[in-house]
Write a protein that binds this ligand. Structure first.
Ligand code: HEM
Length: 123
Protein backbone atom coordinates (compact mmCIF):
# COMPACT_ATOMS: atom_id res chain seq x y z
CA UNK A 1 0.00 0.00 0.00
CA UNK A 2 2.80 2.43 0.85
CA UNK A 3 5.19 1.49 -1.94
CA UNK A 4 2.99 0.04 -4.66
CA UNK A 5 0.66 2.17 -6.76
CA UNK A 6 -1.56 -0.77 -7.80
CA UNK A 7 -4.33 -0.09 -5.27
CA UNK A 8 -4.32 3.61 -6.15
CA UNK A 9 -4.49 2.90 -9.90
CA UNK A 10 -7.36 0.45 -9.36
CA UNK A 11 -9.39 3.02 -7.39
CA UNK A 12 -9.12 5.89 -9.89
CA UNK A 13 -9.58 3.59 -12.91
CA UNK A 14 -12.81 2.21 -11.41
CA UNK A 15 -13.91 5.75 -10.46
CA UNK A 16 -13.41 7.06 -14.02
CA UNK A 17 -15.45 4.15 -15.40
CA UNK A 18 -18.24 4.71 -12.84
CA UNK A 19 -18.21 8.43 -13.69
CA UNK A 20 -18.95 7.60 -17.35
CA UNK A 21 -21.60 5.03 -16.32
CA UNK A 22 -23.42 7.63 -14.18
CA UNK A 23 -23.35 10.14 -17.07
CA UNK A 24 -24.77 7.55 -19.49
CA UNK A 25 -27.52 6.57 -17.01
CA UNK A 26 -28.38 10.25 -16.42
CA UNK A 27 -28.55 10.97 -20.15
CA UNK A 28 -30.77 7.94 -20.78
CA UNK A 29 -33.22 9.07 -18.09
CA UNK A 30 -32.44 6.28 -15.61
CA UNK A 31 -32.21 8.59 -12.61
CA UNK A 32 -32.55 5.89 -9.95
CA UNK A 33 -29.73 3.80 -11.40
CA UNK A 34 -27.63 6.94 -11.77
CA UNK A 35 -28.13 7.84 -8.09
CA UNK A 36 -27.15 4.38 -6.85
CA UNK A 37 -24.08 4.26 -9.10
CA UNK A 38 -23.13 7.75 -7.93
CA UNK A 39 -23.21 6.56 -4.31
CA UNK A 40 -20.77 3.77 -5.21
CA UNK A 41 -18.62 6.31 -7.06
CA UNK A 42 -18.48 8.45 -3.89
CA UNK A 43 -17.05 5.48 -1.97
CA UNK A 44 -14.36 5.27 -4.65
CA UNK A 45 -13.56 8.98 -4.20
CA UNK A 46 -12.69 8.14 -0.59
CA UNK A 47 -10.62 5.12 -1.66
CA UNK A 48 -8.67 7.23 -4.20
CA UNK A 49 -7.90 9.78 -1.49
CA UNK A 50 -7.04 7.10 1.09
CA UNK A 51 -4.61 5.27 -1.22
CA UNK A 52 -3.21 8.60 -2.49
CA UNK A 53 -2.62 9.90 1.05
CA UNK A 54 -0.84 6.66 2.02
CA UNK A 55 1.55 7.04 -0.94
CA UNK A 56 1.89 10.77 -0.34
CA UNK A 57 2.68 10.47 3.37
CA UNK A 58 5.55 8.10 2.74
CA UNK A 59 7.06 9.57 -0.44
CA UNK A 60 6.40 13.33 -0.60
CA UNK A 61 9.78 14.13 1.01
CA UNK A 62 11.41 13.26 -2.32
CA UNK A 63 9.82 16.31 -3.97
CA UNK A 64 7.21 18.03 -1.79
CA UNK A 65 6.24 20.61 -4.44
CA UNK A 66 5.43 18.09 -7.18
CA UNK A 67 3.75 15.72 -4.72
CA UNK A 68 1.72 18.69 -3.41
CA UNK A 69 0.53 19.57 -6.92
CA UNK A 70 -0.29 15.90 -7.55
CA UNK A 71 -2.37 15.81 -4.35
CA UNK A 72 -4.20 19.03 -5.23
CA UNK A 73 -4.75 17.93 -8.86
CA UNK A 74 -6.28 14.64 -7.70
CA UNK A 75 -8.65 16.44 -5.33
CA UNK A 76 -9.69 18.87 -8.11
CA UNK A 77 -10.37 15.94 -10.49
CA UNK A 78 -12.65 14.37 -7.88
CA UNK A 79 -14.35 17.71 -7.14
CA UNK A 80 -15.02 18.28 -10.84
CA UNK A 81 -16.46 14.77 -11.35
CA UNK A 82 -18.91 15.43 -8.53
CA UNK A 83 -19.82 18.93 -9.82
CA UNK A 84 -20.36 17.67 -13.38
CA UNK A 85 -22.67 14.87 -12.19
CA UNK A 86 -24.69 17.02 -9.78
CA UNK A 87 -25.09 19.81 -12.36
CA UNK A 88 -25.95 17.39 -15.19
CA UNK A 89 -28.69 15.89 -12.98
CA UNK A 90 -30.07 19.42 -12.46
CA UNK A 91 -29.68 20.15 -16.18
CA UNK A 92 -27.35 23.07 -15.48
CA UNK A 93 -24.38 24.23 -17.54
CA UNK A 94 -21.22 22.10 -17.08
CA UNK A 95 -18.84 23.57 -19.68
CA UNK A 96 -16.39 25.23 -17.28
CA UNK A 97 -16.33 22.17 -15.04
CA UNK A 98 -15.48 19.92 -18.00
CA UNK A 99 -12.60 22.24 -18.93
CA UNK A 100 -11.17 22.20 -15.40
CA UNK A 101 -11.75 18.43 -15.15
CA UNK A 102 -9.79 17.70 -18.34
CA UNK A 103 -6.94 20.09 -17.43
CA UNK A 104 -6.66 18.75 -13.86
CA UNK A 105 -6.85 15.12 -15.06
CA UNK A 106 -4.04 15.76 -17.56
CA UNK A 107 -1.81 17.39 -14.91
CA UNK A 108 -2.57 14.70 -12.30
CA UNK A 109 -1.97 11.89 -14.76
CA UNK A 110 1.26 13.42 -16.06
CA UNK A 111 2.59 14.01 -12.55
CA UNK A 112 1.57 10.51 -11.44
CA UNK A 113 3.65 9.11 -14.29
CA UNK A 114 6.55 11.48 -13.69
CA UNK A 115 6.87 10.84 -9.94
CA UNK A 116 9.19 7.98 -9.05
CA UNK A 117 6.86 5.12 -8.02
CA UNK A 118 5.26 2.70 -10.45
CA UNK A 119 5.21 3.61 -14.13
CA UNK A 120 8.05 5.91 -15.10
CA UNK A 121 7.64 6.29 -18.81
CA UNK A 122 8.12 10.08 -18.74
CA UNK A 123 11.40 10.36 -16.88
C1 HEM B 1 -8.89 10.84 -10.02
C2 HEM B 1 -7.84 11.31 -9.43
C3 HEM B 1 -6.45 10.75 -9.59
C4 HEM B 1 -5.82 10.21 -10.71
C5 HEM B 1 -6.36 10.04 -12.13
C6 HEM B 1 -4.49 9.81 -10.28
C7 HEM B 1 -3.54 9.23 -11.12
C8 HEM B 1 -2.32 8.73 -10.70
C9 HEM B 1 -1.34 8.07 -11.55
C10 HEM B 1 -1.48 7.84 -13.05
C11 HEM B 1 -0.29 7.71 -10.76
C12 HEM B 1 0.97 6.98 -11.20
C13 HEM B 1 0.87 5.50 -10.89
C14 HEM B 1 2.14 4.77 -11.21
O1 HEM B 1 3.10 5.37 -11.70
O2 HEM B 1 2.19 3.55 -10.94
C15 HEM B 1 -0.57 8.16 -9.41
C16 HEM B 1 0.28 8.04 -8.33
C17 HEM B 1 0.13 8.73 -7.13
N1 HEM B 1 -1.00 9.45 -6.73
FE1 HEM B 1 -2.67 9.73 -7.79
N2 HEM B 1 -4.33 10.09 -8.94
C18 HEM B 1 -5.50 10.68 -8.49
C19 HEM B 1 -5.77 11.14 -7.21
C20 HEM B 1 -4.82 11.27 -6.20
C21 HEM B 1 -5.03 11.90 -4.93
C22 HEM B 1 -6.35 12.54 -4.45
C23 HEM B 1 -3.83 11.82 -4.25
C24 HEM B 1 -3.48 12.32 -2.87
C25 HEM B 1 -4.30 12.28 -1.88
C26 HEM B 1 -2.89 11.13 -5.08
C27 HEM B 1 -1.58 10.83 -4.75
C28 HEM B 1 -0.72 10.04 -5.49
C29 HEM B 1 0.63 9.68 -5.08
C30 HEM B 1 1.33 10.14 -3.80
C31 HEM B 1 1.16 8.86 -6.10
C32 HEM B 1 2.57 8.22 -6.16
C33 HEM B 1 3.47 9.06 -7.03
C34 HEM B 1 4.85 8.44 -7.16
O3 HEM B 1 5.62 8.53 -6.20
O4 HEM B 1 5.15 7.90 -8.23
N3 HEM B 1 -3.51 10.80 -6.27
N4 HEM B 1 -1.83 8.77 -9.39
Amino acid sequence: MFDSTHAHITTWAVALILFVVVLVLQKSGKQKGAKITQMILRVFYLLIIATGVLLFSKHQGYNPALYGIKFLGGIIVIGMMEMILVRTAKEKNTGVFWAVFIAALAVTFFLGLKLPLGWNMLL
